[in-house]
Design a protein around this ligand. Sequence first.
Ligand SMILES: Cc1cc2nc3c(=O)[nH]c(=O)nc-3n(C[C@H](O)[C@H](O)[C@H](O)COP(=O)(O)OP(=O)(O)OC[C@H]3O[C@@H](n4cnc5c(N)ncnc54)[C@H](O)[C@@H]3O)c2cc1C
Length: 538
Amino acid sequence: MPVAVDFETIVIGGGPAGSTTAALLAMKGFKVLILERELFPRAHVGESLLPASLPIFDSLGVRAAIDNAGFIKKYGAAMVWGNNRSIWSWLFAETKGPYSHSYQVTRPEFDTILLDNAREKGVQIREQCQVLGPIFSKDDATVTGVEYINQDGNRETVRSKVVIDASGQQTLFANQFNLKDWDVAFKHLAIYGYYAGGEHLPTPDQGSILIESFENGWVWKIPLHDGTTSVGVVMDADWAQAEIKKSSVDSVFERQVLLTNEISRLISEATFKNKTHLIKDWSYVTTRMTGDGYALVGDAACFIDPLFSSGVHLALQSGVLAAAYAATVIQSPDLARSAARQYEATYRRRYGYFHELARLFYGSNKSLDSQFWRDRSLNEENWSDTSREEFINVVAGNAPEGYERVVIDQGHAPKNFIKAIEEAENSRIDRATFSQQFSNNELLLKSPTLVDDARLVKGATLGDGIYELGYLLQTSARPEGYPVIAPIALLLNLMDQKRTVRSLAEEVASTLKVDDSITEELVLVAIRNLAADGLVEL
Ligand SMILES: Cc1cc2nc3c(=O)[nH]c(=O)nc-3n(C[C@H](O)[C@H](O)[C@H](O)COP(=O)(O)OP(=O)(O)OC[C@H]3O[C@@H](n4cnc5c(N)ncnc54)[C@H](O)[C@@H]3O)c2cc1C
């Protein structure tokens, strides 16, 4: 007999990851509860956002609210890093992505917009409720709810079909299940605070984040719409702790900011507001992000150094995926484990991308000769073939045009890295031109086959807000696979290095009982794309 539940999903934490997951589930008609420790609006670090989040704001229906809040539009990033000590900048518009701006947000306001939106979409929200931990099924195998301290200070339990841990750096489940893997490469500590006033960079960088490397780490400067400027110093954790012991958090902050040339100049007339905040900025990833009845999302699953302002975006993106996972557990429990694998593989890939990029970014800044940068430096010896492979794998399929391009142009990346990324880029272009060099008539006579490394499997694929049973084309570099629609799966299954593209198209058309000419056209497009992506040999 199914156990009675109070909610279909319980979400622990109402930050960007939690409110996104919860709102999307409520929009699908599910009964959802958020338990949040604080009373919103609550303070939070992390103001600088990425343009890739804009489509998520659209699906959540919060774009207008974000625009109306008057947040400063961010068109790119400015840096003192790499080859020289002057400011250089780049704009999102240069990356050919669909969005050329993002926002610099005050987090209390931004997070409240997202949480209010979840409430409007039907999520029940209980603030000032601290979750203590999960509760389990009788055999202890499945998470079936949580225990928490309610607003009156009393312990309560609440049951659900799925629990999403979105507790941020609190990492509630990861701590309890011992899943946290600290990353020694990014053992940092940050001290930050706010100034009233502060000079902006000249147009078009007036809304950009400024990142200035200096001898003991790097400093961010973010202009905010309420007239304040957020300034934070990122340092080696052990070194900074020792400095703090000798003096105080405030004086370490003040001294390090004064070591910068550009940021200290831009805030020289500004007034420091209230107090400094000290925060552990030590990257980690969990060894498992899902289990029966639960998933970890946002910072509760992994955290990567804030160099690329990727945290909120990863929180939102993983929120979208976790909502689909939870919907699958509720509606198609037979597919839950396969959906969990997909969720985890996809989130790990996105985390991996920023992780490798950050490693490369720290490692190729040679404009400063100090202990901090020497310890993180990458050269031909420690940028091994494996690291290079990892990097190429995580950025595979993307032309280097954003931060990767910047590393190549402005940094001192190891030569073997630059060569590898150029080779990967050239082979991508070669494959694309190779598949285009055949006319349709020539291509119809080819007998394609899947490359050795690729295999077609059945598994969970992401549909409209839920995982569905479908086909995946897996490779060793992409174990989560590329989702493939049924007619293409049929085509791939028929490929045997003997059948020509023409006969493949005819067989697909007759099996699916559809028009020959339309099928032939689609098969030609599919073969060209698969060949360009290196999945099919002609
Ligand atoms: C120094 C620093 C600078 C950063 N700068 C940026 C930046 O510029 N841009 C960017 O995108 N990201 C930045 N980040 C990262 C960003 O802040 C996070 O990645 C993002 O907030 C993650 O969202 P989340 O929803 O997973 O977690 P959070 O936003 O932390 O939300 C978690 C929520 O869970 C609640 N909670 C915790 N424990 C419990 C419990 N037991 N019961 C109930 N509720 C609980 C908390 O109160 C909180 O509201 C930075 C991080 C650091 C450390």
